[in-house]
Write a protein that binds this ligand. Sequence first.
Ligand code: AHG
Ligand code: MN
Ligand code: MN
Length: 344
Amino acid sequence: MTTTNTPIITVQQHILEEQKRFPGSSGEFSSLLSAITMGTKMIQAKVRRAGLSDILGEHGDVNVQGEIQQKLDVYSNDILSHFLSLRDSVGVLVSEENEKPIIVHNNLENANYAIVFDPLDGSSNIDVNVSVGTTFSILRRPEGVGMNDAEQWALQPGNKQIAAGYVVYGSSTILVYSVGNGVHGFTLDPSLGAYILSHPNMRMPEQGKYYSVNEAYRDSFPPGYTEYIDRLRKGFLGHKYASRYIGSMVADFHRTLLKGGVFLYPPTESNPDGKLRLLYEANPVAFLAEQAGGMALDGTGRVLDIQPVSIHQRCPLVVGSRVEMEDFEQVMVEAGSTPKSDSF
Ligand code: AHG
Ligand code: MN
Ligand code: MN
């Protein structure tokens, strides 16, 4: 007799079930994800106490992105790199905070995975107690690529991801991940120190009521973007949209996944290719969005089809519900930005 109607399923139990989909995965997969869950539990403990320990503020160095690293960026990067390096199945790590890939094991036969991650997303929000996040993407070493050709492990289109996910450190800490079999969310129970299944089989609503973009850059958006945003504001899709913008991609995407709508980071004057990085920001959320019934485009095509050429390359990102995204696609075709696709 169970003591509760709803089975209490930890993320570890869930992963064991999911990995049965990977014949021969022999537990590597659950071991990988447990490194990520363990690392994010330590990150969240720091995030929750950021004001109390000497963890706020700038670390002082500038990272490969030319951005001043926050102390929590560096801590989060060190923690995740530490736990992932302990896994024999990890060959290569690519982090937003490291200019080059880290070769973890290049002499182990089963070191066949590359983990690509943004250890702390939304860093500018840390000091003002606004939600931040961690993103990750798991890729398998491509056939015929050598153990030391680290960049090639990561330079694969997003449609090759075997898993992706994020943790959002908000009013609660929620892990959302997919191995290509739907999207599932787990809430960290601090009293247990365990991620418990709270959002099984997440589906993005067909349409929402929020759009999310940094309107300060509006004047430099390419043709089509402002027309599209004005269509949402003026009710062309059936109702007038409200605007929500947190400034942490993970938090803005999490809201979009739960409530529907659309999140955009278009090309801007200062970031003509968009600000978000393809490998560890756009690809993970695009994978999850599509798994949940939504869409993710870069203004000319599907994000997951982009063939990366450098590990920190940026791309425009428009991700959200089917209704909003099909309208965006149509507007961009009419603006001449998106080649006519076969979906019309
Ligand atoms: P990161 O902190 O990892 O550098 O990412 C910050 C990104 C993303 O989280 C967010 O959507 C975007 O920066 C916000 O940029 P703006 O402040 O230009 O709107
Ligand atoms: Mn980021
Ligand atoms: Mn970051």
